[in-house]
Design a binder for this molecule. Sequence first.
Ligand SMILES: [Zn+2]
Ligand SMILES: [Zn+2]
Length: 372
Amino acid sequence: MERPPIIISNTLLFALTGLTALIAVPWYGLTHGFDSWQWASFLVLFCYCGISITAGYHRLWSHKTYKAHPALQWLFAIGGALALQNSALHWSSDHRRHHRNVDDDHQDPYSASRGFWYSHIGWMLREYQGDRYHDYSNVRDLQNNPVVAWQHKHYLALTLATNICIPLLLGLIHGDLLGMLLLAGVLRMVMTHHTTFFINSLAHIWGSQPFTDRNSARDNGILAFFTFGEGYHNYHHLFENDYRNGIHWWQFDPTKWLIRCSAWLGLARDLRTCPEERIEQARLQMQLKRAHAKLQKRDDMEMWQTLLQEEYDKLSQQLQHYYASRKRLLEERKRKALARYDALKLQLEYRSLKGGFRVSRRNWNRLLANLA
Ligand SMILES: [Zn+2]
Ligand SMILES: [Zn+2]
C-alpha cells in the first residue's frame, strides 16, 4: 500500500531540533561550557512545558478529571504552546481518539500495534490522519472553553512567540545568548517532545499490566519519573477519569501532587477519583487471569482451578461488603444523625469486615505465591 505524503514542516522540525540537541548542544558544552543558571533555566522550562501537557492538556482538558481556575488554565495554555505539541484542542481530540480506539491500526492515531517508531513519532511525519486531522467533533465541549478556543486560534503565533522570546530574553539577561538558546530553547524542546512521545510508544510496550490486559498500556515507574507521573499508563487506560495516574502515595506522580496542591490553594476543584473497590476488583481479576494462564499443562490443574475460584469468589464478596460498609460509615459520620449505639454498631461491623477482608487477601496472596 502506498504511504501518505510526508509532512515536511513536522519532519524538518523534529530532524533539525533533534540533530541540534544531539550534536550542537554537546559541542557547545565541551567548547564553551554551560553554567548552573543555564541548566536551571532548562530545568524550569522543561518542567513548565511538561506539567502544562500532563496537568493541562491531558488530565484537565482531554479527560476532565478536575476543574481548574482560569488563571491555571492560562498558565497551561501558554506552557502547552511552549511545549510545541499542537493546540490543546487538537491534542485532546487525538488523545480522546486514542483512548476510544486504543491499539486499533486505523482509528487510534498513535496505535502502539503499528510499532515503536510509528507510535513514538512516525504518526506525525506523514499525512496518516487524512480528513480526520480537522475533525474536532469529539472535543465540542473544549471548543466552548474560552482559553482553549483562544489558544487554538492563536496557536502558531503563541508557539513562535514563546519559543523564541523566552529563551532569547533569558539569554540576553544571562549574557551567553547562544548557550541559552541551545539549552533552554532546543534541548528543552526536544526533551519535552520525546518524554511525552514515550507515553505513546514505550508506555504501551515496556512495563507491567496489573489492572488490565485488554489493551497494550503498561505501568512503568521509571517512565513515570521522566514524564511527571504519566508512566502509570495501564491504570490510566482503565480509569481515565481519575486525576491520578499513580494511585499510591509513594508512586512518583508530580502531576497529581500539583493538582492536589492547586485544590488546596483554591485553583482546582472537583478532583475525580475512581472508587477503591473497582481498582481492587480489577487488580484481583488480573491476578486470577494470570494464575489460570500459569496452570495450563499442569497435572493438578483442576484442583488448583477449583481452589483459586473458591478463594477468589470469597475475597470478591468480602471486598464488596467491606467497601459498602466503609461507604455507609463515612456517610453516617457526615450526616451525624445516628444514635450513639447505632454509630458504635456500625463501626464494629466495619472493623470486623475490614479484618476479614485483610485476612482473606493475605490468604489469596499466599495461594498465588504457592502457585508460582
Ligand atoms: Zn489519557
Ligand atoms: Zn495510551
